[in-house]
Design a protein around this ligand. Structure first.
Ligand code: FES
Ligand code: FES
Length: 173
């Protein structure tokens, strides 16, 4: 078996070097090697976004990225955040609280992916606020591709929209 060695920063902590099978998915690396099982595995082909985490880029921006179709090796040297990083001292993040308050999810399997994508949007708007009239479209763009078997999506979208509209730092006036 061919192996590769990877090191990265996960939720602010240096991880590795780990010697892993060549081609191991990032999803398996997080779940099986790091025991970070909050990141889910759904379709495995980049269609449902249950497996999404946040990748922080050197320029200070971040992006939502799939872990099922990307190898752990492709994250070598990267800095990522998983769902385990969002709550602080047991207190949900504003995005998590908004989804909870809105009863946005039922089984919760899709929720880590939704939270990651929503967090990326909120952080992006903190850098570059958007006009209030464009919030709905920004939310749709951010959550597009995130599938949920249980709900009608409406509460996820409405919760994120209301969170953004309620934070004047995210809205351009
Ligand atoms: S499990 Fe990754 S997109 Fe569905
Ligand atoms: S809440 Fe069950 S899949 Fe979305």
């Amino acid at each position: 078996m061919q192996t590769v060695t990877v090191s990265m920063t996960v939720n602010g902590k240096a991880v590795g070097p780990h010697t892993i099978p060549d081609g191991l998915s990032m999803n398996d690396f997080l779940r099986e090697y790091l025991n970070l099982t909050g990141t889910k595995f759904g379709c495995g082909i980049g269609e449902c976004s249950a497996c999404v985490i946040i990748r922080d880029k050197p320029d200070g921006t971040s992006e939502a990225t799939h872990t099922c179709i990307n190898s752990a090796q492709s994250f070598d040297g990267a800095s990522v955040r998983t769902i385990e990083s969002h709550a602080k001292d047991g207190v949900p993040s504003p995005v998590q609280a908004a989804f909870l308050d809105a009863f946005a999810f039922q089984c919760g399997y899709c929720t880590p992916g939704f939270v990651g994508a929503a967090q990326v949007l909120v952080e992006s708007l903190a850098r570059t606020p958007v006009a209030g009239a464009d919030v709905e479209a920004a939310v749709s763009d951010a959550l597009d591709g995130h599938l949920c078997r249980c709900t009608g999506y409406v509460r996820y979208y409405a919760a994120l929209r209301d969170l953004i509209l309620g934070d004047e730092r995210l809205i351009r006036t």
